[in-house]
Design a protein around this ligand. Sequence first.
Ligand SMILES: Nc1ncnc2c1ncn2[C@@H]1O[C@H](COP(=O)(O)OP(=O)(O)OP(=O)(O)O)[C@@H](O)[C@H]1O
Ligand SMILES: [Mg+2]
Length: 511
Amino acid sequence: MGQDLLLEMKGICKSFPGVKALADVDFSVAPGDVHSLIGENGAGKSTLIKVLTGIYPRYTGEIFLDGEYIAPANATESQAEGVSTIYQELNLAPYLSVAENIFIGHEPRRYGMIDWKSVRRKAAEILADMGVDGVNVAKPLGEYSVAIQQMTAIARALSFDARLLVMDEPTSSLSETEVAILFNVIRRVKARGASVIFISHKMDEVFEICDRATILRDGKLVGAYSMSEMTKLKMVSLMIGRDATSVLHNKKTAYVSKDDSQTLLAARGLQRGRKTRQIDIDIASGQVLGVSGLLGSGRTELAKILFGDNVPDAGRIDYDGRQVHIKTPRDAIRLGMGFCSEDRKAEGIFPNMTVMENMTIGVLDDVSRFGVMSAGAQLKIAEKYIEKLKIKVSSPGQKMRELSGGNQQKVLLARWLCKKPVLMILDEPTRGIDLGAKSEIEEIIAELAGSGVAVLMISSELEELVRSCDRIAVLSDGKKVSELSGRGISEERLVDIIAHGADALEGPRDA
Ligand SMILES: Nc1ncnc2c1ncn2[C@@H]1O[C@H](COP(=O)(O)OP(=O)(O)OP(=O)(O)O)[C@@H](O)[C@H]1O
Ligand SMILES: [Mg+2]
């Protein structure tokens, strides 16, 4: 036993008050393997990783690394054993430089002093090795995009020369190009004989990069499988514990013509720096407008302008038939707009407050009478959305920080839904959400539109856009290069336009 396995975890149990997060789970990884952990939101993937990496030192069960018994007591110890981790919630210091973030705590030293020159040189080397260009490692990390921050976390993990690299949803905010870079890095790590644990809700990625997969359901082991004997249908079925045909083939008839829908918001010539250039956009009540394009194409910037988080240099916005000046999010909210951001941290999770409080924080005015909040009303809202979005919690009073990543995401979505906006902006609403729950969220979006809400949805997942949207605007380099509508919407066309930018405008256009 243990001989030809790099990692062997046996009979792992981990409980939290009211939840058995892991019940007698076995998990093993062979040297040089990329091994996936698969399961729904709240299945126990991150918890298993945190046991391995010393974040949760109180567990029962045994862990062997390279045949040797280990009992990781804290993160530093686990790192010293050669296990390097990128957590689901990035743990970086935005005000420190990129180089410092990569080497903090294990900086190269000369005569006992930190050798800053070589810190920067080595940091630049690692990034160059990964194929990441255009980063000035002396600049504060906070000045870079979430994607670069993610790459920095990966560079940090690589800087430890790990035997086992653990990645908990590393691709959730990466573009396709960056995912390709990451996969090259993974292949290099593998070629060195090290192993990788790779967690992702994106099936295509798992099939592309992984050798084996271990499936968890409700904290229990379902089984471990070789990817060569796996199909998507089998994997999802094992993950949800029933036949997944309906989940995978939930192709609702994409387009229902809604001729009576009214334009709610019309933007003309929106301009802000070089990120948003002369954009015209119309959002209609009862319709879903998709925004597609590569990471960095200006999708989030556009959403932020509409929501008053960014003020445009030029352009005009008409709302409900009259010109408006949206200078702050408060202005936007007053107009009935909601904005569920792609960045969970920036959005403001209050980790030590309850799920109920996190969810209803935006409607306190509505549920309070004479300035006193009715706990009953608050609870009713929370219970409704917990059921509707199938949020996995022990009670509405559970602390937000105790929820799995995907379930926190659902709470934030609920925060906006319960405000009942007339215009809902959703930036990557299904990021980190498991496959089953994705189709539920798509249903909710359809329901919103059905009830007359105007929806603007940004997504990197083309399938999702094609299924949900009445129209799709494609952005490239801050400009709108195309808009598809109705039957003109297809994944192929989107791919084509995104790949060829404005050139694709030459092709057949839709009315
Ligand atoms: N610190 C904690 N206190 C209480 N319960 C917790 C804590 N951490 C996790 N849990 C619970 O343990 C279960 C497993 O959570 P975990 O984060 O491992 O899920 P996951 O598989 O990583 O899900 P996701 O795909 O959403 O990231 C969930 O029910 C979660 O609420
Ligand atoms: Mg997780």
